[in-house]
Design a protein around this ligand. Sequence first.
Ligand SMILES: NC(=O)C1=CN([C@@H]2O[C@H](COP(=O)(O)OP(=O)(O)OC[C@H]3O[C@@H](n4cnc5c(N)ncnc54)[C@H](O)[C@@H]3O)[C@@H](O)[C@H]2O)C=CC1
Ligand SMILES: O=C(O)C(=O)Cc1ccc(O)cc1
Length: 292
Amino acid sequence: MINRLALIGLGLIGGSLSLALKERGLVGEVVGYSRQLQTRLRARELGLIDRPVDSAAEAVRGADVVFIATPVQAMASVFAEIGPELDPGALITDGGSVKGNVVAAAKLSLSPAQWGQFVPGHPIAGTERSGPDAAFATLFVDHRVILTPISENAPEMVTRAVDLWQSVGAIVEQMDVQHHDHVLAATSHLPHLAAFGLVSALSRLEERYEVFRYAAGGFRDFSRIASSDPQMWRDICVANRDELLPMLDHYLVELHRLRQLIEASDSAGVEKLFADAKAVRDALYRPATSQS
Ligand SMILES: NC(=O)C1=CN([C@@H]2O[C@H](COP(=O)(O)OP(=O)(O)OC[C@H]3O[C@@H](n4cnc5c(N)ncnc54)[C@H](O)[C@@H]3O)[C@@H](O)[C@H]2O)C=CC1
Ligand SMILES: O=C(O)C(=O)Cc1ccc(O)cc1
C-alpha cells in the first residue's frame, strides 16, 4: 500500500499507473505535477490525481513513492528540482523509454543516498495517444515492465518497484541499462522512426492527396505509431542515438538489399526475403487462422 504517490508528468503513462493503483485501492493520495496548469486541472477532473501542485518539488514532499513520467529529456530538470525535497525512505522510479540518459541525469542530480533510492523502469505498454485523456487503468495488465536496477539499489527498493508493477498486473523483468537501450532501439525506437519517416516521405510527394486517399489497411497498420507524440519521440531518438543509429543503418542495408533484388527482377530472392520475414513475424504473433 502506498500512502502518498507523487506523479510527475500527468499523461498516458503516469495517469494510467495512478488509475490502476486507485482502482485496486492500493494508494492513499496521489499528488500530481505536470508542466501545464491545464493538464494538472484536467488530471484532477479525470480522477488521475487527488491534488494538483505547482512544482515537482512540492509534489514529492512527504511522498513514499515518486513516479516520473515526463518525456525522457525533461527528466534531468525534474531530478534537479526534486532532490532537496525527497523523503529518505521514498522509492523513486520512472517510466522513460530510454534508460541510459535518465540514469545519467539521476546520478548527476541526486545525492549518493538518494541515488540508491532510484530504481529505473520502463513499461513496454502504451499507445499512440498522449495526455491525461489517454490514460486508462488496464494499460499495464499482462504487459512487460523492464526494470534496470543500479548496483547501489538496496534490494528492498528493487522489491518495492517490482511489487508496484506486479500490483497493476504487469510482468516484471530486469536487465542492465545498456542492454535495455540496445534492445529497445531495435523493437520500439526503430519502428517508430520508420513510421514517422514513411509518412513524412509520402507527404512530400506531389500526388500526396491521391496517395493518402487510396491508402489501404496496410498503410494504416504500419503508420499508426506515426500519430505518437512528436516531443516524446524526439527525446527518445536523440537520447538513444548511440544505439538507434547503428540499428537504423542495419535496416537501411536490408532495404538496400531489397532494392537491389527488385532492380534485378530477382523474384526468387525477393520471395525468399519476404518468406523469411513472414515466418519470423508469424512465429512471434501466431495467427489464429491460416488462410493460405
Ligand atoms: N506513450 C507510450 O506509449 C509510452 C511512453 N513511455 C514513456 O513514458 C514517459 C511519459 O510518456 P507519456 O505518458 O506517453 O507522455 P504524455 O505526453 O502523455 O505525458 C507526459 C506529460 O509530461 C508533461 N511534462 C513535460 N515536461 C515536463 C516537465 N519538465 N515537468 C513536468 N511535466 C512535464 C507533459 O506536459 C505531459 O503532460 C516518456 O518518458 C515516454 O518515453 C513509456 C512507455 C510507453
Ligand atoms: O503504440 C505502440 O504500439 C507502442 O509501441 C507504445 C510504446 C511507446 C513507447 C514505449 O517505450 C513503449 C511502448
